[in-house]
Design a protein around this ligand. Structure first.
Ligand code: NAD
Length: 315
């Protein structure tokens, strides 16, 4: 296949591109190269590259022409940034998805929308199934939920060949050090405090990035049109995860620093993954294994993350 991967220079997208290329697929990456997009993430990986905005129809046409499928990772992804200002989130995550949908409708190619478990909002008990109502809490989650609704509308109205994945929190190499896992690992490696929101008792499920990519790839190839697939992981309290990171980096437990909670912060997410499991997916890495690999990578790749953190500090 020749696949257009939008946001392919970001965290999950770059792992996904490597997976496709090593399986023999041809890949076109369309990426705006925002602060979160880094061409270094694809160094040495053969692909065609289009620099541009996923919300621009002409750019999308130029990138997508000749592709058999489109997988949409392009997004503004940081919840805290969406609380400071949601405009770019609506532009890229909502308008960008609509532009892609127009392309796949006209070109008649397969489309996978990479969404998130955050669209369900707080799940105090049990696990969200794909038919549960969308109750997003942050502007980020609301923009992703809006994009999901657009995909569903295009499915119904135009009968496009599209599926949606709703992944839980991903972690692994090449994740921008504003997100919890890489922020905490790099802070620990620098002997700096780990800023834990509120009481730290929020619960999330965590999936190693390669497991998330395996799920998205499976949906691309074997997923049913019109179907949504949750992708779960290992559930942990944020405080527990922080302690695990401190342990793996050989740091003092005293580095945990409770800071003011994020407004609207959901207490718990958990999804039921039985639908994607029935396609044959199961996670290969436990949280402990995945974190161990991730900590090793951040230990070795200070050249990758230190300039990004220095840039954030100077901004
Ligand atoms: P990321 O922030 O690391 O990367 C996003 C990429 O999109 C960057 O390369 C950026 O340059 C690009 N981009 C941003 N705006 C663009 C635009 N207007 N046009 C073209 N490219 C643009 O994101 P990530 O963590 O890899 O997440 C990828 C996708 O997976 C997102 O859609 C996100 O909602 C979803 N997701 C992420 C997680 C997670 O834990 N990271 C979990 C579930 C779902």
């Amino acid at each position: 296949m020749r696949v257009l991967v939008t946001g392919g220079c970001g965290f999950i997208g770059s792992h996904f591109v490597k997976r496709l290329v090593s399986a023999g697929d041809a890949v076109v990456v369309l990426d705006l190269l925002t602060y979160a997009g880094n061409p270094v993430n694809l160094a040495g990986v053969p692909h065609d590259f289009v620099h541009g905005d996923v919300a621009d129809a002409e750019t999308v046409r130029a990138a997508a022409e000749g592709c058999d499928a489109v997988v949409n990772f392009a997004a503004e992804t940081h919840v805290d940034r969406s609380i400071l200002g949601g405009g770019e989130f609506v532009h890229t995550n909502v308008a960008g998805t609509q532009v892609l949908l127009e392309w796949v409708r006209r070109a008649g190619v397969r489309f996978v929308q990479v969404s998130t478990d955050e669209v369900y909002g707080d799940v105090p008990q049990g696990a969200s199934s794909e038919s549960d109502p969308l109750r997003p809490s942050s502007p980020y989650a609301a923009s992703k939920a809006s994009a999901d609704l657009l995909v569903l509308a295009y499915l119904r109205t135009f009968g496009i060949d599209a599926s949606i994945t709703r992944g839980s929190n991903a972690y692994g190499p090449f994740q921008y050090p504003e997100k919890l896992v890489p922020l905490f690992i790099t802070n620990a490696l620098e002997g700096r405090p780990l800023p834990v929101y509120g009481d730290g008792r929020q619960r999330r499920t965590w999936a190693y990035v390669e497991d998330q990519c395996a799920a998205i790839n499976l949906v691309l190839r074997n997923g049913r049109a019109g179907e949504i697939y949750n992708v779960g992981g290992d559930e942990r309290e944020n405080l527990e995860l922080s302690r695990l990171i401190l342990d793996l980096t050989g740091s003092s437990p005293d580095l945990v620093e409770h800071v003011e909670d994020r407004p609207g912060h959901d207490r718990r997410y958990r999804v039921d993954s039985s639908r994607i499991e029935s396609l044959g997916w199961s996670p290969a890495a436990s949280l402990e294994e995945g974190l161990d690999r991730t900590v090793d990578w951040y230990r070795e790749r200070r050249d990758w993350w230190a300039p990004l953190k220095a840039g954030e500090a100077a901004a």
